[in-house]
Design a protein around this ligand. Structure first.
Ligand code: CU
Length: 271
């Protein structure tokens, strides 16, 4: 009974209770944490959903009506009409109009996603079988990010989603993500930010997001990439500007890509 209640509340009460990771019995989207995702959710809830419901109800009505009105006992001599120009024009024209109504806002969102504003932080994500590697090209930082096995999970770490080394980014800043892969196709996807891009070997795809809330956000590889496709999650920790700077100091030493000069190390370590 509780389960049924939960499903109903999940359907009818919008996602304010949802955090930034998938929940049991969840049907809708995760909470948007960026402008881009809010556009997508609004597009879905205010336009697509009403159209889908209207079409489904209309088709159901026609089917039920035809079943009752034209059943054999009521309609022993069926009509032999094969053409009706008006109806044919209508059932071509109306779906076309519906598609145009959907296409216009859809393209608007796509172009908005495609136009990357000036980036404050650039992160490069590299898909491997089966984990993600990350680079901060401007910060001399490189690290790998593996899923934490179930027996090693700490409190509040979700199963199959938490990783050992999280991507850390500042809140309310434009984060540009460069996405590529080293072996097969992967896809870097983070539902709360409305971000999903294929990771293609030999090619760099770009996307961006601006996280509005501090918190931890979870995503997964979204391109079937082999036997452990389900075990290469993505964790992004959004922190304040100061926390980001603190993290950067430590990360520059811990995850240094190139050897740090002695003086530079001293400078970083002293901060
Ligand atoms: Cu993958």
């Amino acid at each position: 009974m509780n389960k049924i209640l939960y499903i109903f509340t999940s359907i009818f009460i919008t996602s304010s209770a949802f955090a930034n990771q998938p929940k049991d019995w969840q049907l809708g989207f995760q909470n948007p944490a960026s402008d881009g995702m809010r556009d997508i959710v609004n597009f879905h809830n205010n336009l697509l959903l009403p159209i889908i419901i209207a079409i489904s109800v209309f088709v159901l009505f026609l089917m039920v009506y035809a079943c009752i009105r034209f059943r054999a006992s009521k309609n022993p001599n069926p009509s032999t009409t094969t053409h009706n120009v008006t109806v044919e024009i209508l059932w071509t024209l109306i779906p076309c109009l519906i598609l145009i109504v959907m296409a216009v806002p859809s393209f608007k969102i796509l172009y908005k996603q495609d136009t990357i504003p000036k980036a404050d932080v650039t992160v490069k994500a590299i898909g491997y079988q089966w984990y993600w590697g990350y680079e901060y090209p401007d910060e001399n930082i490189i690290f790998e990010s593996y899923m934490i096995e179930e027996e090693d999970l700490r409190e509040n770490q979700p199963r199959l989603l938490a990783v050992d080394n999280e991507v850390v980014v500042p809140v309310n800043k434009v984060i540009k993500v460069l996405i590529t892969a080293n072996d097969v196709l992967h896809a870097w996807a983070l539902p709360s930010f409305g971000v999903k891009r294929d990771a293609v070997p030999g090619r760099i795809n770009e996307t961006w997001f601006k996280a509005e809330k501090i918190g931890t956000y979870y995503g997964q590889c979204s391109e079937l990439c082999g036997i452990k496709h389900a075990f290469m999650p993505i964790t992004v920790r959004v922190v304040s500007e100061e926390d980001y700077k603190d993290w950067l100091m430590g990360a520059k030493i811990e995850f240094a890509k190139e050897i740090i000069e002695k003086d530079q190390f001293k400078k970083l370590a002293s901060k």
